[in-house]
Design a protein around this ligand. Structure first.
Ligand code: FCB
Length: 471
């Protein structure tokens, strides 16, 4: 018997499985003022004192705007079949509406052409958090008009790139946009506005639906459209189950995952979330839920960590405990001491990925799943021989790929995997203080150095199978 997520020799992936790496525009491109790019909410947020570690910004980042050829060559050397990148809305439409910036579109055309020359399929994310500042000034995602603007922008990008791009992702992690951007304020636009947050949830989803329609109206047959959600399995230890924990599990799942998954898959908000989190009329207008739930070809899943629940007193927290976000009495979230944590402090739990993929395949039979992000931050350094031996990341990837392979064998409809991230990059509020890349970036020189995890990942990709973990 093997435990899901545990290592037991070579595991293979189905023929045609898509192997890729992921990045996002603001995190890698730099060139913030080049060629007519407009300001985004992240340009603004980075300049607010104390919001981003060390006052870092994405002004230069990995300078991928100028160095994309080198990056594509690195991907090609690893044998990758796909590259998930995002289009910067303010680069191609600086004000978020109105005139297009041709030079911005030219950049993405050149990137798509470069990928094609290396046989790498582009996977385009239309919104990875860098809203044009002008749209924020008119209400951001709390305003319904932003959903309409997003669909117009989606259409203009599809008009420009549609011939060379088959797979399209509307939004990246709307849950994080709402929770970090509008509720806790940890991310741009840095607001703490519960009513605005709930409206933003709905308008993001509506934007997904309207953009999907806009994409379909211009893309050739065979295009695949989906959305990427951050998914968090909610776990209660087998020996600690009770009715109140089960209620908390259902509520936490509804609030974290269901508010986005439910509308997209089934056209309805979940029943068990707190009413304050659930969009209502007049924010929800007639016909919206049908727009949001129209068919998609795939679901993108970003998986990093699950949430663990146990009985406890939120007013008298013990070590490794936090108040439960669902706010039900007698329940706390906690971090099991047996699990490793990454440099972000995030729990490492590959079995969570296995369970998630099987659950999603049961909930949405026939819908293709891609893991559009998975990876970890580690304390990487260049050793005296010039190498970056990121053993923790190799182990992390190995465990999660083993879990993915087992999930496929047990019936999950997983069609591809994208490691987060190709490169070390600007990790939002952490600035450059956290490294997630399989390729190290020396920010002083912009030199790229593949880490041991890149070598390992290249082996997996070429073999379409997972070798035993190096000892
Ligand atoms: C995800 C984001 C991605 C990156 C990783 C670590 O939530 O989509 O941009 O920051 O976390």
């Amino acid at each position: 018997m093997t435990t899901p997520g545990s290592d037991s020799g070579a595991l293979s992936f189905p023929p045609g499985f898509i192997w890729g790496a992921a990045t996002a525009a603001y995190q890698i491109e730099g060139a913030a003022n080049a060629d007519g790019r407009g300001p985004s909410i992240w340009d603004t947020f980075c300049r607010l004192p104390g919001r981003v570690r060390r006052g870092d910004t994405g002004d230069v980042a990995c300078d991928a705007y100028h160095r994309y050829r080198e990056d594509v060559a690195l991907m090609s050397a690893l044998g990758l079949g796909a590259y998930r990148f995002s289009v910067s809305w303010p680069r191609v439409q600086p004000g978020g509406s109105g005139p297009v910036n041709q030079k911005g579109l030219d950049y993405y055309r050149a990137l798509v052409d470069e990928l094609a020359e290396h046989g790498i399929d582009p996977v385009v994310t239309l919104y990875h958090w860098d809203l044009p500042q002008e749209l924020q000034d008119s209400g951001g995602w709390a305003a319904r008009s932003t959903a309409q603007r997003f669909a117009e922008y989606a259409r203009l990008v599809a008009d420009a790139l549609g011939a060379g791009v088959r797979r399209w992702i509307t939004l990246n992690e709307p849950q994080v946009v709402v929770d970090h951007g509008y509720r806790s304020g940890e991310h741009a636009p840095g607001l703490r506005d519960d009513a605005g947050a709930t409206a933003a949830s709905h308008h993001l989803l509506l934007g997904h639906g309207l953009a999907t329609q806009a994409l379909r109206s211009v893309l050739p047959a065979g295009a695949e459209i989906g959305i990427t959600l951050d998914m968090h399995p909610v776990r209660v230890p087998a020996d600690a189950q009770s009715d109140s924990l089960e209620r908390a599990r259902v509520a936490t799942h509804a609030e974290l995952n269901g508010i986005y998954l439910g509308p997209v898959l089934y056209g309805r908000y979940p029943e068990h979330a707190r009413p304050v989190l659930l969009p209502q009329p007049p924010v929800v207008a007639a016909g919206d839920m049908a727009t949001i739930s129209q068919p998609i070809e795939f679901l993108g899943v970003n998986y990093y960590s699950p949430v663990y629940l146990r009985s406890g007193d939120p007013d008298d927290l013990r070590r490794h405990e936090e108040p439960a976000r669902c706010e039900l009495p007698g329940v706390v979230e906690y971090r099991p001491t047996g699990l490793k944590r990454t440099a972000m402090g995030w729990l490492v739990d590959a079995a969570g990925l296995y369970e998630l993929l099987l659950q999603l395949s049961a909930d949405a039979p026939g819908l293709a799943l891609y893991v559009t992000e998975n990876g970890c931050a580690a304390e990487d350094y260049i050793d005296p021989s010039g190498a970056i031996n990121d053993v923790e990341r190799v182990t992390y990837l190995h465990e999660h790929l083993a879990a993915a392979a087992r999930a496929i064998k047990d019936g999950a409809n997983l069609a591809g995997y994208f490691v987060w991230s190709l490169l070390d990059n600007f990790e939002w509020a952490w600035g450059y203080q956290r490294r997630f890349g399989i390729i190290f970036v020396d920010y002083e020189t912009q030199r790229r150095i593949p880490k041991s995890s890149a070598t390992f990942y290249g082996q997996v990709v070429r073999a379409n199978a997972l070798p035993p973990l190096p000892s």
